[in-house]
Design a protein around this ligand. Structure first.
Ligand SMILES: Cc1ncc(COP(=O)(O)O)c(C=O)c1O
Length: 397
């Protein structure tokens, strides 16, 4: 069968997708046929050959690691695979060199993935989470950075934990500006990048990111259950690998492969991002993530970002005309793949969402915000279909 190349605005690789308009990539992306096919092939190999296929699949981690690294400007050795964003954030939170009284800055209004592990780590170590307001970055960004500066200057801040893109408003955070302040005060910048990687250009070097975590099932176009994290080399040396398991050791599998005398418990834990690959691995999902990253690299994240902006540029004013309030940033630097809107007066957003879903429009309503999140395969020709469904849904109240 001829290989179909991915093309912006072309749904050919989603031939079995039910929705007329799928605009929920900030929730979960549908699997494209190359991704689904790669996972299906891996499952078939495991069914046929069991552990023989398992070892081969494990060996195939390296090119996928390199592809993940290239997406965010990291070195392959700085990337480790995690089941989800939370696992990366948790390994970061518990890996910090806490002392009693240490503090971490988090943001109220963030998705809880990027708060809960920090709270648990602070509680375990007699530390503290300082909560700043994420909405200040939309409303008064200069003052928001000044408030951060004040907390950092007060001392004992180990890390600032922030999402690259806010899950409701879609606000892209000024990571480089935050990083500059972190560096000045010796704090690490830990970034939940699941709403950015694959749709918004992000670069750990240019953005000054020390640790980044990203699940696979949103803008990467992979499957839930396999994502990656990045630990910059200078951080990996200082991080305490508090979250580790049997495959976190150097030469962890020697006792399985090299005969007697290799069963030991004292081998060092790898001082690299991949120490979080700590036990059984999501083997069948790995080729899917590889295929998903291949698509992103073929299309290019800069081109995907521009494509998605054009789609949102067409939809946004039409919704504003209908009384919705757009939360999208005015400046391009604050924009992402998410168009979040407060509902028009009298519109019950949950009922509207249900009605849209029945009409084949996939979107989401995180904490009452109506959220559209198109990706590379969406086309502006879908927008009249979406608006007709929206008008019919509102009219049926
Ligand atoms: C900003 C953000 N972080 C994290 C997650 C999910 O985290 P995980 O991959 O651990 O499920 C989401 C959405 O589900 C999100 O919007």
């Amino acid at each position: 069968m001829a290989v179909v190349e991915p093309r912006l605005g072309d749904r050919t690789l989603f031939a079995t997708l039910d929705a007329a308009v799928y605009a929920n990539h900030a929730g979960m992306s549908p699997l494209s046929s190359p991704v689904a096919g790669a996972i299906t092939d891996a499952v078939a190999a495991l069914a046929r050959r069991g552990g023989g296929a398992g070892w081969e699949l494990l060996g195939a981690r390296e090119p996928v690691r390199a592809a993940a690294a290239a997406l965010v400007g990291a070195a392959a050795a700085e990337v480790g695979f995690v089941p989800n964003t939370t696992a990366g954030v948790r390994a970061a939170a518990f890996g910090l060199p806490w002392e009693p009284g240490s503090r971490v800055v988090c943001f109220a209004g963030e998705f809880p993935t990027n708060v809960t592990p920090w709270q648990r780590a602070a509680a375990a170590h007699g530390g503290e989470v300082v909560l700043l307001e994420v909405r200040d970055y939309a409303e008064q960004p200069v003052r928001a950075l000044e408030a951060l500066e004040r907390v950092l200057a007060a001392g004992r801040v180990l890390a600032v934990a922030v999402s690259a893109v806010q899950f409701q408003s879609g606000l892209r955070m000024p990571l480089a500006a935050i990083a500059e302040r972190c560096r000045a005060h010796g704090a690490w910048l830990c970034v939940d990048a699941i709403q950015a990687c694959g749709v918004v250009p992000i670069d750990v070097v240019a953005d000054g990111i020390d640790i980044l975590a990203c699940g696979g099932h949103k803008w990467l176009g992979g499957s839930m259950g396999l994502g990656f994290w990045v630990v910059r080399e200078h951080v990996a040396r200082a991080l305490r690998p508090a979250v580790a398991g049997w495959t976190s050791h150097e030469d962890a599998a020697d006792f399985l492969l090299r005969g007697p005398g290799h069963l030991r418990y004292d081998r060092p834990i790898r001082a690299r991002a991949d120490f979080v690959e700590d036990g059984g691995f999501a083997l069948a999902l790995l080729p899917g993530l590889g295929a998903a990253l291949g698509i992103l690299h073929t299309l290019g994240v800069d081109a995907i970002f521009e494509h998605v902006q054009r789609w949102i540029d067409v939809l946004e004013p039409q919704l504003v005309d209908r009384g919705f309030t757009s939360l999208r940033a005015q400046a391009a630097a604050g924009r992402s793949g998410i168009l979040g809107l407060l509902p028009a007066a009298g519109v019950d957003v949950i009922a509207l969402h249900g009605a849209l879903e029945r009409r084949g429009i996939a979107c989401a309503t995180p904490d009452g915000v109506l959220r559209f999140a198109p990706h590379w395969a969406n086309h502006v020709d879908e927008i009249p279909v979406l608006l007709a469904a929206l008008d019919a849904s509102i009219a049926e109240r």
